[in-house]
Design a protein around this ligand. Structure first.
Ligand code: T46
Length: 181
């Protein structure tokens, strides 16, 4: 397992060891002991999610007040551009974004700790995203930051206007967004 901090160092790119043979491949998609050893702190996941999306779907940018979720994200089919936005007011990278390509081919995973908004854009005809969360879904605390907020200026690899949910269309802008302490 190779761990690389991204431009926001608390967001980690995780490259699992992939064991190829004539049958195909095997990898450990999650190992509690290794993950905690790399992170240097205990992490407890309580919910697994699976979202399936078609080409040009953009989901996000979402976060939860009250029950912030750390997320360990991977793609098992297709390819997405995955993004995290730092909403931790005390952070030197507050308001900045980072991210990268997660795909079934590269097996890359992202660890996005609590205190971030998360979103992704689907680059392939369809994509299956599987992610573990460190707290339960808390709809009362759900918030959406606009994916196209010029104050964050995410360089989405868009080919054309993305497919966005009505909820995400009504997302708010960063200057009025909630912050994590
Ligand atoms: C998030 C969630 C949703 N739902 C239900 C609620 C809706 O009936 C349906 C679709 O929910 P939503 O449109 O909020 O799904 P996404 O737009 O993919 O939301 C997710 O997108 C970004 C990228 C995330 O990181 C979050 O996990 C989450 O906000 O699933 C549940 O039952 N449990 C859940 O944990």
């Amino acid at each position: 397992m190779k761990i690389t901090p991204l431009s926001i160092p608390d967001v980690l790119l995780i490259e699992p060891q992939v064991y190829h043979d004539q049958r195909g491949y095997f990898l450990e998609s999650f190992n509690q002991a290794r993950f905690e050893q790399q992170l240097g702190r205990p992490v407890h996941f309580v919910q697994d999610n699976h979202s399936h999306s078609v080409h040009k779907v953009l989901r996000g940018l979402h976060y939860q007040l009250g029950k912030p979720q750390g997320k360990l994200i991977r793609v098992t089919q297709g390819e997405v551009f995955d993004v995290a936005v730092d909403l931790r007011e005390s952070s030197p990278t507050f308001g900045q974004w980072t991210g990268g390509i997660l795909s079934a081919e590269n097996h890359h995973q992202l660890w996005i700790p609590e205190g971030f908004a998360h979103g992704f854009y689907v680059l392939s005809s369809t994509a299956d995203l599987h992610y573990k969360a460190t707290d339960f879904w808390y709809p009362q605390g759900e918030r959406t930051l606009r994916w196209d907020d010029p104050a964050i200026a995410i360089r989405w690899p868009l080919s054309q206007t993305p497919i966005v949910s009505a909820k995400d269309e009504q997302g708010h802008y960063f200057e009025s967004s909630d912050k994590y302490a």
